[in-house]
Structure formats: C-alpha cells, structure tokens
Design a protein around this ligand. Structure first.
Ligand SMILES: O=C(O)CCC(=O)C(=O)O
Ligand SMILES: [Fe+2]
Length: 306
C-alpha cells in the first residue's frame, strides 16, 4: 500500500492567519509572493563573490559540492533592508519565538518579553552531484527536549527557533529542493525521521519556506548535471539564548589571543556542541587568528556517520 505523504501548504503572504494555522498544524509552509524576482536576482548577485570564494566542506554537515555565503545579513544590503525586516517575519517571530514571562521584583510583578534575534543568516548553494543532508532538527544546537505532541496538538511556545528560506532559483526534486516532514515538529525525542516520510519543498522564485526549529528537514540531493540550487536562509532564535555580558565587543582580538585556552573557552571563544558560536564556519580562535586555511569541517565529531 502506498503511503500518503503529508502535503506542504502553499499560502499567499496576505493570508497571515492561514500561515499561522499551517505552522501550528504542520510546523511549516510555503509563503507565496513573499518577495519578487528582481529582488531575488539582486541578492543572488550580492552573494556571488562569497559563494565563489567558499571552499568544499570536509565532513558530514554539507556535501563537498555545497558552497555557502556566511554572514548574509552583513554582506547583502538587499537582504538586510528588504527581507530581514519584513513585517511578516516579525509577526511570525512574535507568535512562535519571542518569549514573555512574569516575575516578582520585590512585591511588584514585572512582565518582560525577549524578542527573537537572528542566529544565523547564510546562503546555501548545492552543486551538481551534491548528496542530501541527513534529516535533522535545526534546534538540536539549542538542546531542545521535544515532548511528543502528536496526540495533544501543538503548544505555541514549544520552539525556540524559526527559519525562512528564500530560493535564489526555482527549486525542484532534481536540483535539491529542501526535504521536509510536515508534522514532525510534534514528534518526541525518540522518534527517528525516515526518508520515506519526507516530501520536497519545491519553490518558485519569490516564495519563502517557513519552518519551526523542531521540524525534520534536510538540504536535498542535486541529481542534475549543471544546475546550482541556491537558497538564502534567515534563521532566528530566542533573544536570550546568548551571554548576559557581551565580552566579544569589549575585548580586542589581540588581547583575547593572549589569554589561556581555558579562559578563552570559558568566555565563549569556543563552540557549544554541536554547532553554536562559529564565525565564517571556523572556530572563534581560528577566526581571530585570521586562519584562512581550506580546512572547513564538522565542529563536533559526533556528527560523523557511524
Ligand atoms: O539547504 C537546505 O535546503 C537546508 C540546509 C539545512 O537544513 C542546514 O544546513 O541546516
Ligand atoms: Fe537544517
């Protein structure tokens, strides 16, 4: 018996309540008319030099055919001024990622909201022959302990991360459209994702894929001979998932490089397993040292295939 794959909902950007309902139900959806083709082509041009300069990954996180443009918000004025501050993104972040709690300060009750911040912005270009990533939850990096919500339905506030992926080209099954399992944001920690359960988020230029950090997904495989699958990604997390004192701004790189490795590590010039805190896909210390070697590789040995 053929298994029916869950379908991805495609909803116009003007229908915000339907987008929110789709995310609650499926953990994802494709937003139609998020942007226009002209803006996409300007962004594609802005990232091109960085994509060309990038080197193959040696490890399991990306296939060697993939190239990246890290620091997308810093490097692309158009991303920064058009997509990044799009009111629809803010609306969805305020619904799914921002966190509000109340506490007593003395006998007065105070209510605070921590607004989402960008945790990474990066372009992924999967070249011909690139193999699919393994299905994963992006919020593994934040050690989210997912409870099984398949019976109860989704409790808004369960996720700490949300992603927006904008295709630079039409994405297809053949060129490596993102793989995803709609509904998998509801799964508990013990349920393993199976490739047969995944469907393809094929998109037109101008669309935007929205997903929660707990949704199982992966970059697809590019089985074409010539097409490059370019996707621009904006990822956001809770505003408080960072250190209280911003020592990175307060200490000069030369000073930090003179510290002991133990002090560097404890001050956060280290990586939190598996993937938090890198700069240009290097460790902070490699980055401060101006290490421009080609040795890009997995940060955490546990990511290697057994
Ligand atoms: O390239 C894609 O479609 C998704 C990439 C991804 O999921 C990741 O690198 O975490
Ligand atoms: Fe991912």
């Amino acid at each position: 018996m053929a298994v029916k794959l869950p379908e991805i909902q495609r909803i116009d950007r003007s229908n915000v309540s339907a987008i929110i309902q789709a995310i609650i139900q499926d953990g994802c959806c494709i937003v139609k008319n998020f942007t226009d083709a002209e803006t996409v082509s300007v962004v594609n041009e802005e990232v091109r030099p960085y994509i060309e300069a990038d080197k193959p990954w040696k490890g399991d996180l990306f296939p060697p055919e993939t190239r990246r443009c890290a620091n997308l918000v810093g490097r692309s004025k158009t991303v920064r001024e058009k997509w990044f501050v799009d009111p629809l993104i803010r609306t969805l972040l305020s619904k799914f990622v921002d966190k509000t709690t109340s506490n007593f300060y003395g006998e007065t009750k105070h209510t605070y909201t921590s607004e989402a911040v960008c945790n990474i912005a990066v372009t992924f270009e999967i070249g011909p022959g690139g193999k699919a990533q393994r299905l994963h939850r992006d919020d593994k990096n934040y050690h989210v302990d997912h409870q099984d919500q398949t019976a109860t339905g989704y409790q808004v506030g369960s996720d700490v991360e949300m992603a927006f992926l904008l295709p630079g080209v039409k994405t297809t099954y053949e060129n490596g459209a993102t793989l995803a399992i709609p509904g998998s944001h509801l799964w508990g920690q013990e349920r393993a994702p199976k490739t047969e359960e995944a469907t393809y988020a094929e998109m037109d230029v101008g669309d935007c894929w929205v997903m929660l950090g707990g949704l199982y997904h992966a970059g697809g495989s590019n089985i074409t001979e010539t097409e490059k699958r370019t996707v621009h990604g904006l990822f956001f997390t809770r505003g408080y998932l960072r250190q209280e004192e911003n020592a990175y701004l307060m200490n000069a790189p030369e000073a930090v490089l003179s510290w002991t490795p133990e002090a560097q590590k404890l001050m956060g010039y280290s990586l939190s397993s598996p993937n938090i805190g890198f700069a240009d896909f290097r460790t902070p210390i490699q980055y401060l040292q101006g290490d421009a070697s080609d040795a890009l590789g997995d940060f955490d040995a546990s990511q290697e295939k057994k």
